[in-house]
Design a protein around this ligand. Structure first.
Ligand SMILES: [Mn+2]
Length: 287
């Protein structure tokens, strides 16, 4: 199928540093060639802030989201699957703007909840609020500047693999309608959670923060947390998702190459990307 790899090489507004180095490292490691070998037609598009932009975290993140929304929209209009390679998870809000055309669900793989709000966060990191923004809990005025963005209703969200939550964030999540599938629940209940989601939506945005992986599979970033998912579990989950849903857009985020000395995370990311492309092909006519 046609695939556009949209790279967003920033972390907190800073170009190429920390997790912002992840997208280019994945491209340089041969991700596009691997997808081509699998029979896909691959294009790469880099999304950049104006060179004069001052890197303020929230402002830069939402400026990037506006650009991401436009590129994702163009990509979908061209019949391609947009796969966003981004330093930060907040890119998902731009992606949702680009695909928004009615009812879409989110399947969000992450070690973390990303469900803090400015009132619950104890660290202040915007990425820890990404899913809360996507579901319309906070930053609503600036999120409304993203072309096409509409919050996704919480019953249409699966949070997979999250096990490192702040206390107030956990309370918020527990009181929300987001379906939480931390690793043990994921292993027991993923199939029925997909069936339940399928009663509400037929299309999904598939978001993979690579730190959902167990550190034994390779260390993804400074935020890595123990007791995560094995690569085989993530790949098999993606195949299940592709059998039940049309995957409209996807993302791989939060890869910091500085922690990946042995290249195992890079290899895992390539495998996950290939499985996303294969899973998305199942429900896309003519590919
Ligand atoms: Mn995340």
């Amino acid at each position: 199928m046609r695939i556009q790899l949209l790279t967003v090489p920033y972390d907190s507004g800073h170009y190429g540093t920390r997790m912002g180095g992840g997208p280019d490292a994945l491209i340089a490691s041969g991700l596009p060639a691997r997808l081509s070998e699998n029979g896909h037609d691959v294009r790469c598009v880099e999304i950049l802030l104006p060179a004069t932009a001052f890197p303020a975290e929230a402002q830069s993140a939402f400026a990037l989201d506006r650009l991401i929304a436009e590129r994702v929209r163009d990509s979908v209009a061209a019949g391609a699957l947009p796969i966003v390679l981004s330093g930060n998870c907040i890119s998902s809000v731009g992606t949702l703007g680009g695909v928004a055309h009615g009812r879409i669900g989110i399947i969000w793989f992450d070690a973390h909840g990303d469900f803090n709000t400015p009132e619950t966060t104890i660290g202040g990191f915007l990425d820890g609020m990404a899913l809360a923004v996507a579901t319309g809990r906070c930053w609503t005025s600036v999120a409304a500047t993203i072309p096409g963005f509409r919050p996704v209703p919480e019953p249409c969200v699966l949070l997979v693999g999250a096990r490192d939550l702040d206390p107030a964030e956990r309370k918020l999540l527990d009181a929300s309608d987001v379906t939480q599938l931390p690793p043990p629940r994921f292993r027991a209940l993923f199939g029925s959670a997909l069936d339940d989601l399928a009663s509400r939506v037929s299309e999904v945005n598939l978001h993979v923060d690579l730190d959902v992986l167990d550190p034994a599979e390779g260390r993804v970033n400074v935020y890595a947390a123990p007791d995560g998912l094995r690569i085989d579990e993530v790949v098999s989950a993606i195949e299940d998702i592709g059998r039940r849903f049309a995957i409209r857009a996807a993302a791989l985020t939060a890869y910091d190459p500085a922690y990946d000395g042995d290249g195992r995370v890079r290899a895992a990311a390539a495998r996950i990307t290939s499985s996303i492309a294969g899973a998305a092909s199942l429900r896309t006519p003519g590919t």
